[in-house]
Design a protein around this ligand. Structure first.
Ligand code: ADP
Ligand code: MG
Length: 682
């Protein structure tokens, strides 16, 4: 009996050749095949008599080839096959470009179904390159056709046939991962029907029914998996930490923590005392002061004779954290070491020795913290900063350096609540929803490129007053799909320096620079050694230069709102009034509405919700970022109600059958979709 893990090669009717083709699309098993859903549909159900064809309308016509098709070569590389087809109402002229074989395929006197866009007028109707099928065949015509995502060498027809074979192979045999009672309670169709209809729907209504069931299934299984991960984690234990009074740490800070910071710290300390490994996300808008929350947690670790590691995504950030935290911590008798890829061999050896012996309680660094040769004496707390930049694997690797250490992840990417439900379904979340006092509103403007001169004048004024400015251009980003064609940061910086600000100090930093070089430029800017920093988005995350008051973003329409919000967060970090200027010549309604959001609100969550609404969840929900299985049918922007329903159903099922012992099919599917993510979410 075939099941979803059966290799496609064993599916009847799928040969060697097709197996290879399918492999290119990542289709290896029967489950992959029938789970390869169409990205769109083409409704080819309309049949017309020739006389009734509407110009511009796509329709099927059943007509007889009236005379032998003719082939002509118009010029080199252009072959035309022409024929006339008739039904009892009229004649249709059909032309094929570069499909010479059509001359021999179509026989005079035979009737075929032609599907295409009708052209011409009442007297002469025509179709160009229509799909043609033998009358009554109904493979490509006369129905709602699925449109599959393709790759080179694979055609729609080939996939249609393969999927049909796949569906036929498991007709009536597919085990249903949705328990009957769940299916009934939520009025969902059967699994077999759902798969048939999602590929080859008989009508819009049936497609909707199928889709609803599959979306529900997907979200239900995901919710089950996450809840099980969470309950599995809750069975882990570790020694409860006893010394969780950090009043002296608070006393040493140059400022009082905000209420929200205190709350987050208290939640973390309570986790430490609970005797279970913590898994907590601290989510706080840019500038909300997450670093101090991490510092408090690390101090507590040291107090308990444990070590803590703080991992930042860039050397620059790691060094900034080290510079900021080391003096504070050392003042309390806690020894810190810095560990980055770029540091010298001797310094590195020294740091490693201190970590191995336990002489240093705190390690601050980049992914260098997880290199194979780094050993900790007793790593009890792992903190990752700006966690969305880290792969799940990197986090897991750091955790593996200790014995079920407490895990704290800090993120400035506000995740809309709907997504947080899913993405962080298994993490506890502390939200820092308050900024430190005295922060001023950052005035934000959207202007067209014609404002450049005015902007330059404004920058000059700010710099004369002792401030600094960032100018962001969107080029030279690693893995950027956008061609490297305009305003490359270096050229732009050169132009500014030579033509606009010859008397000021302009520097440039971009993602293709070596990190040493990058850090040097950033360091100089932080020490007021330069006035204007032209940059690509490398400054997006975490850089703290309180004296900078202007953020100019060129081609702002190329950035997502959340990204713009992060960029804006680079200014307004000191006591000076700050500004954000978004430049865009894109006049489209939608773009302008999007950028307008930035001028209206400073609330990262609102901005993220808006981003989600306008751009879809892709940015938030990359598998890359979260290690979660990608969603195939569910669209989180519009399936929120169903998500809630599915989550409740998952909860209810686990309450009845916590280990899913009575639901082996469901259990197996959950395992299958989480295969590979392992303890990734931990
Ligand atoms: P983020 O949450 O973006 O990581 P940081 O931790 O970098 O924010 O903090 C931003 C700035 O605010 C830093 O300069 C930090 O010293 C300062 N800061 C943090 N907490 C407070 C507070 N409670 N009161 C005043 N300033 C604070
Ligand atoms: Mg930060």
């Amino acid at each position: 009996m075939p099941d979803l893990t059966t290799d496609v090669r064993y599916v009847k009717g799928i040969g060697e050749q097709r197996t290879k083709g399918l492999g290119k699309l990542g289709i290896r098993t029967l489950g992959d095949l029938i789970g390869y859903f169409p990205r769109a549909y083409d409704d080819r159900r309309t049949f017309r008599k020739i006389r009734d064809l509407q110009e511009g309308e796509s329709a099927c016509v059943e007509a007889m080839v009236a005379a032998a098709p003719t082939l002509s070569r118009v010029r080199k590389g252009l072959e035309l096959v022409k024929l006339r087809a008739v039904d009892e109402t009229g004649a249709l002229d059909v032309t094929f470009f570069n499909q010479a074989y059509m001359r021999d395929n179509l026989r005079t006197g035979e009737t075929y179904t032609f599907f295409g866009k009708a052209e011409g007028n009442l007297l002469r109707r025509s179709m160009t390159n229509p799909l043609v099928e033998r009358e009554g065949s109904r493979l490509m015509t006369g129905r709602i056709m699925p449109i599959y995502p393709l790759t080179a060498g694979i055609s729609q027809l080939m996939l249609v046939k393969a999927v049909e074979q796949g569906l036929a192979a498991c007709r009536g045999l597919l085990p249903d991962p949705l328990p009957d009672e769940v299916r009934r309670e939520h009025q969902l169709c059967r699994v077999g029907y759902a798969y048939e209809q999602i590929h080859f729907p008989r009508s819009e209504e049936e497609l909707a029914v199928a889709r609803r069931r599959l979306v529900f299934e997907e979200l239900f299984l995901l919710a089950l998996g996450l809840k099980r991960l969470r309950s599995r984690r809750e069975t882990l234990t570790c020694a409860a930490w006893e010394n969780i009074d950090i009043a002296d740490f608070y006393a040493r800070l140059p400022f009082a923590l905000t209420g929200a910071q205190r709350r987050a710290v208290d939640e973390i300390l309570a986790d430490f005392a609970a005797g279970r490994p913590m898994n907590r996300l601290v989510q706080g808008d840019v500038g909300s002061g997450k670093t101090m929350v991490a510092a408090a947690a690390m101090v507590c670790a040291a107090r308990n004779g444990k070590q803590a590691a703080l991992m930042a995504p860039t050397e620059l950030l790691a060094e900034q954290h080290y510079r900021g935290l080391a003096p504070l911590l050392e003042g309390m008798g806690v020894t810190c070491v810095l560990l980055t890829g770029g540091m010298g061999a001797k310094k590195r050896r020294d740091a490693l020795a201190k970590l191995a012996s336990g002489e240093a309680q705190i390690a601050i660094g980049t992914h260098a913290l997880i290199s194979a040769d780094v050993a900790y004496r007793d790593l009890g707390l792992v903190v990752t900063d700006e966690q969305h930049r880290f792969g799940v694997a990197q986090r897991a690797a750091l955790s593996a350096k200790g014995e079920s250490p407490h895990l704290l992840v800090m993120s400035a990417t506000p995740i809309p609540r709907t997504l947080a439900l899913i993405i962080y379904g298994d993490l506890d979340v502390s939200v820092i929803d308050e900024l430190p006092p005295g922060r001023q509103k950052i005035d934000t403007f959207c202007v067209p490129g014609s404002y450049h001169q005015r902007i330059y004048n404004f920058l000059r004024k700010e710099i004369a007053a002792g401030r600094q400015a960032y100018i962001i251009c969107s080029m030279v980003e690693e893995n950027d799909q956008i061609p490297d064609d305009r305003k490359a940061a270096t050229e732009y910086a050169k132009m500014l320096q030579e033509q606009v600000f010859p008397d000021l100090r302009v520097a440039c930093v971009h993602g293709r620079m070596k990190s040493k070089e990058k850090d040097k430029v950033m360091g100089a800017f932080a020490n007021r050694g330069t006035d204007i920093l032209v940059s690509t988005t490398v400054v997006e995350v975490g850089v703290d230069v309180p004296n900078a008051t202007v953020m100019v973003v060129e081609d702002a329409d190329r950035f997502g709102l959340s990204q713009l919000h992060q960029l804006r967060g680079r200014v307004g970090r000191g006591q000076h009034k700050s500004y954000c200027i978004l430049i865009s010549d894109n006049r489209s309604e939608e773009t302008r509405a999007r950028l307008k959001v930035m001028t209206k609100t400073a609330d990262g969550f609102k901005i993220a919700e808006e981003d989600l609404r306008l751009r879809g969840p892709g940015d938030f929900f990359g598998q890359r970022q979260h290690g979660l299985p990608a969603l195939k049918v569910a669209d989180l922007t519009c399936d929120v109600a169903l998500l809630k329903e599915a989550q409740e159903a998952a909860e209810a099922l686990l309450a009845r059958d916590p280990a899913l012992e009575d639901h082996p099919v469901t259990a197996k599917r959950v395992e299958l979709i989480f295969a590979g993510s392992g303890d990734a979410l931990n």
